[in-house]
Each structure stands twice: as C-alpha cells, then as structure tokens.
Design a protein. Structure first.
Length: 556
C-alpha cells in the first residue's frame, strides 16, 4: 500500500446552510468527500478506507487536502479532474458541465489484475475506489440495506410463501456493506447469524444499531434465537470467528440454514478474506510481508467455504452469492462446481433492473435529519400506490440510525426518479428543506455496470462481459451535466471483474438544477432499461414501450 496514508486526524463534513466553497455545486462534492471519511461512516478513516476491503476516498492525505482546496476554489465554469483519488487538473468548461470528473482504478484490460494493481498502488500511481468510496457517495450500511431487504424479502416470497418468521439466514462479514445483512434479514422477518472475525466490526454494528446482539459461539446464538422467537421476535446475532469454523460447526450440529450467503470481502484475496486457521495478527503482518501467500491461502479457504455452501444447498438451503466474487475466487483455487449456486442479481434483482429500478439515494447537506423525514413524506405523497416502498420507509424510519450526513435510499425506477428529484429541488427552492440535497445512486444499478459474476451474470443474450454499456452511461451522464460523474474498475468483484459508473447531482433549488435533474434522472435509468431491452428481456421491452423510449432496433 502507498505511503502517506495512516493519519489520526478526524474528518467530518460541515453542516448547515453556510458555504465553504464558491457554490452549492462544489459544496456538495466537498461535503460528500468529507462525509465518506467521517468515523461514523468509514471503516478505516485513518487510512482513507471507506468500505469494501481497501475502497478509498482519496489516494493519500496529501491528495485529499489538495482535492478539498480545489473544491473550495472551483469556479462555476470549471471542472476538476480526479485520477484515482488524486486531483490532476482544473480545466475551463462551462456552467452546465459536471464540476468534477473522476476515474478510479482503471487499467487497460490485458493488465487488469490485482497483481498489476498492487504494483501500481505501491508506486502511488493508482487507488481502489470500490463503487461509492472513490466517487464520494457512500452513506454507510444504509446504502445496501434496502437492496438486501428487497433480496431477502423476495427469497421469503419465492421460497417460503412469505412466511419468514422463525427461519434462519446464515452469512459471514460485518463490514461496511455486510453490516447491513443482520438488519435487512430481521426487517424481512428472518433470524440471522453472522460470523465476523474482527471483534471491532461487531462492536461497530452493535453501536450503529444494525445488529441486535452477539454470542460467544454458535450454540449460544441458536439458543438466543430460540428464546427470541418464542417471544415472537426475529433476532440477529454475531458469532466472532472465521465463517468456515461457523459453517463446519453448523454441519456438526446437524442444522441446515434456510438461507446461506456471504459478504466477506472475498473479491480482494489479499486484504479482504481471513484464511482459515490464521490469527488476525498473522493476517495483518503477512499482508505486508508476503501478499502472494495471503492470496493463495485465502483462495484455498474460499474453495473450502464454497464446498460447504454447496453441501448445504444439497441439504435444502437457499444458497446465493451476495456480490463478493466468492465463487470465482474459489474456482481459481480449484473448487469444483463453484458456480453451482446463483448470484443474487441474476436470481432476484434483474427484474428490477429491467424497469430501471435501483439504489437511488439522497443526502441532506444541512446535516438535519428533519430534512430527510420531509423528503420521506414527499416520496409517500408522490408514490401513493407503492405499498412495498411505504413499508420500507416505515421500517427505515424505525430502524435506520443515520451515519454521518442524514440520507435515504429508495429503490425506484424510470419515471419516478426524476419526479422525486424535481420535487426535492422544489423543496430546497421554497425553503422547506434547510439546505440543498445531493441526489445519486450506487454504481450497482440498472445501466451503469458490467460485472459478469454479479450485475450482468447470465444475461439473456450472453452480453455479460460487454462493458460498452457503463461507458455509454458515464459519457451520457457527463453530457447530461450531472454535478459529478465517475468511472471505476473492479468495484464489488475485484480487478478484472467489473467496470462501472456513478453520478451525483446537487439539488440547490435553482432552475439550472431542475433542468439537470430532469435530464439526468430520466436518462440514467432509461439507459438501464435500454441495456436490458437490448438483451431481450421482455419486461424491459415493455417498460421501454410504456415510457416511449426511442430504441432504433428493438428486439422484437
Ligand atoms: P469490508 O471489507 O468492509 O468487510 C468485510 C468483512 O468480512 C470484514 O469485517 C472482515 O473482518 C470480514 N471477514 C473477512 N474474512 C472473514 C472470514 N474468513 N470469516 C469471518 N469474517 C471475515 O467489505 P464490505 O463493504 O462489507 O463488502 C463485503 C463484500 O460485499 C465485498 O466483496 C463487496 O465488494 C461486496 N459488496 C456487495 C454489494 C452488493 O450489492 N451485494 C455491494 C457492495 C459490496
């Protein structure tokens, strides 16, 4: 890892309606960059690591300071270029152009490996941006909780007739994203047992309210769940230790979980997955001294891990990969039939993507939770018939503790995103909200990602590995004039496995923001509908027809 990292300073976004930059269009990215490193938000802020293994917000502290300085000075006709977490240029563009353009971790395909990346990272030339770490739109575990809730709810409907009470989800990993699993599972009515090898992560999730409790071992966790279920409540319990040990113990006890998945950072075999039988100390020191040995041991453990998951599938568990590339890493270590169970997008999320539905989100720059509650009410008003969304908003209000700047995520699609965005901008204009909001989404969305083991796994026309789509998405969003646009490599699944694009828009109440929001929040989900219609998905073709999208060569 690059020098000039570890630093003990504490970063937190400014709050309130006073500007630190020259306009809200630059104050937005400034606050969101800082918010990504808020100790309430980031996993290892001292190393600039936001989430997902080594997903960073800036290349090093010097670059962070330089980005902050540039954002404070940026004029409304200038654009800041950020190359893998380092500000490399400010160019005169025009008022309607993006204020920041970001490219993170991109490598020419033949060189797109972890080995090459680490070599360049050590030289201080690049940075792993994950998805929303390096594009400054991470909102803590809430960012994934609704998607995970949607997935678990769909599993409940499809496999258990909606009867999830008393049923058990087992999984691993309580990091930035994985930490959403226990809350999403209990929201969907399941119990959850999660193995996590780092006690500090368990403490973080208990503190932030995403996890109910912890137990010293599996038997105690099961006993706690039995008791809670007798009282009519679902319960989430963390079990400290290696996930493989927990699954082997589950086998010994003769238990078959109803649902089995995993969210360790398997996509990064050097930094993200504790090899079986290793102590945390050995893991940490070997990562520096012999990363190749760590990677080899981690992949061998993943092969064993996937073997256990396949055994449970045979016994009747619903098994799925939760977007961490575990199956591919296990396959590299020789696991047979590693792809014998599906990924979550192919199995549960694609129908949503076909309608441009994905993890739409917004952040209150004021820092005032009331601003988010007012936008929640606006969503209900504008989408009165979406009962599932209303349930989500009720549960989110009750269970989600904000991390850093208050924010909300709602999975909505084409035809709704721009309506909500325009309404929020109106609320800023008329003073209902106490400051502007930033609107955006995860890179894991309908039209913004190519990732053959996750978002584009098993596409109907075989176009899984075609990455023209996210590139078109990023180009189009720059043309739309979104406030900032990013294009990354490797997020979610690791180097060589994914390419993806992000957007963020500052709704500052202006007429210019109205125009930007209307264009971007229509075109962005529309590009997802077009991508899926082109692949031949019937529901995407119907959605395109319903909304009158101009598709010159329709698939029927
Ligand atoms: P993270 O690095 O913050 O957390 C991973 C956690 O796994 C850590 O707390 C680590 O201690 C724990 N862990 C590692 N090896 C372990 C083992 N053998 N046993 C028990 N615990 C172990 O990562 P994150 O942000 O939580 O993301 C997790 C994974 O999910 C990543 O691969 C990420 O790319 C993927 N992801 C999926 C989605 C999605 O939409 N499904 C979204 C974002 C990220």
């Amino acid at each position: 890892m690059n020098a000039n990292l570890s630093n003990t300073r504490v970063v937190r976004a400014p709050r309130g309606a006073e500007l630190n930059a020259k306009s809200w269009q630059t104050e937005g990215p400034l606050r969101l960059l800082m918010n990504n490193l808020d100790p309430e938000v980031a996993e290892r802020p001292q190393d600039l690591v936001v989430y997902g293994g080594i997903g960073r917000a800036a290349r090093d502290w010097k670059s962070f300071d330089a980005i902050v300085e540039q954002l404070k000075d940026l004029e409304s006709d200038e654009t800041l270029l950020v190359q893998s977490g380092k500000p490399v240029g400010v160019l005169r563009t025009h008022k309607g152009a993006p204020r920041v353009l970001i490219a993170n971790g991109n490598l020419v395909p033949h060189w797109a490996t972890w080995e090459k990346f680490h070599e360049l990272d050590r030289l201080g030339l690049t940075m792993f941006g994950q998805m929303t770490a390096g594009s400054w739109l991470y909102i803590g575990s809430q960012g994934i909780v609704q998607g995970t809730f949607e997935t678990f709810s769909e599993i409940g409907r499809r496999h258990f007739g909606g009867e999830t009470a008393g049923r058990l989800v087992m999984t691993g990993g309580l990091g930035g994203m994985g930490g959403a699993q226990p809350l999403a599972a209990t929201m969907a009515g399941f119990n959850a047992i999660v193995a996590e090898c780092q006690p500090s992560k368990i403490e973080f999730r208990l503190r932030s309210g995403y996890l109910d409790t912890q137990a010293p071992n599996l038997s105690d966790a099961l006993a706690m769940i039995e008791k809670a279920n007798a009282d009519g409540k679902p319960l989430s319990v963390a079990v400290p230790g290696n996930v493989i040990d927990m699954l082997e113990e589950t086998q010994r006890l003769g238990i078959t979980p109803d649902v089995l998945t995993d969210q360790t950072s398997a996509h990064d075999p050097v930094n993200g997955y504790l090899p079986h039988g290793w102590t945390l100390e050995k893991w940490e020191s070997m990562r520096e001294s012999d990363p190749d040995a760590v990677s080899k041991a981690a992949k061998e453990s993943m092969a064993r891990h996937v073997g256990l998951m396949l055994d449970f599938e045979e016994k009747g568990s619903i098994v799925l990969e939760y977007g961490n590339n575990l199956r591919a890493m296990a396959q590299e270590a020789g696991a047979e039939n590693a792809f014998g169970f599906p990924g979550f997008v192919e199995a549960y999320v694609r129908p949503l993507f076909c309608r441009g539905k994905g993890p739409f989100r917004w952040v209150a720059l004021s820092g005032d939770p009331e601003d988010i509650y007012k936008t929640d009410a606006k969503v209900r008003e504008l989408m009165p018939d979406d009962a599932f969304l209303h349930t989500w908003l009720d549960k989110a209000r009750k269970h989600i503790k904000f991390q850093g700047l208050p924010s909300r995520i709602c999975w909505v699609g084409l035809g709704d995103r721009h309506r909500l965005g325009l309404a929020f901008n109106e609320m800023v204009r008329n003073g209902e909200l106490s400051a502007p909001v930033v609107i955006g989404r995860d890179h894991m969305d309908s039209g913004s990602v190519a990732s053959p083991n996750r978002e584009t796994e098993g596409m109907k026309d075989g176009s899984d590995a075609i990455s023209d789509w996210p590139i078109l998405n990023a180009l189009m969003n720059a043309a739309n004039g979104a406030t900032w646009v990013s294009f990354h490599h490797g997020g979610g699944m690791g180097m060589g496995y994914s390419q993806h694009a992000g957007i963020a828009l500052v709704a500052d109440g202006s007429a210019e923001a109205d125009a930007m929001i209307e264009r971007t929040l229509w075109n962005d989900p529309a590009s997802g509908v077009i991508r899926h219609a082109d692949a031949g998905y019937e529901s995407a073709i119907e959605c395109a027809e319903e909304f009158g999208l101009n598709i010159p060569m329709p698939q029927r």
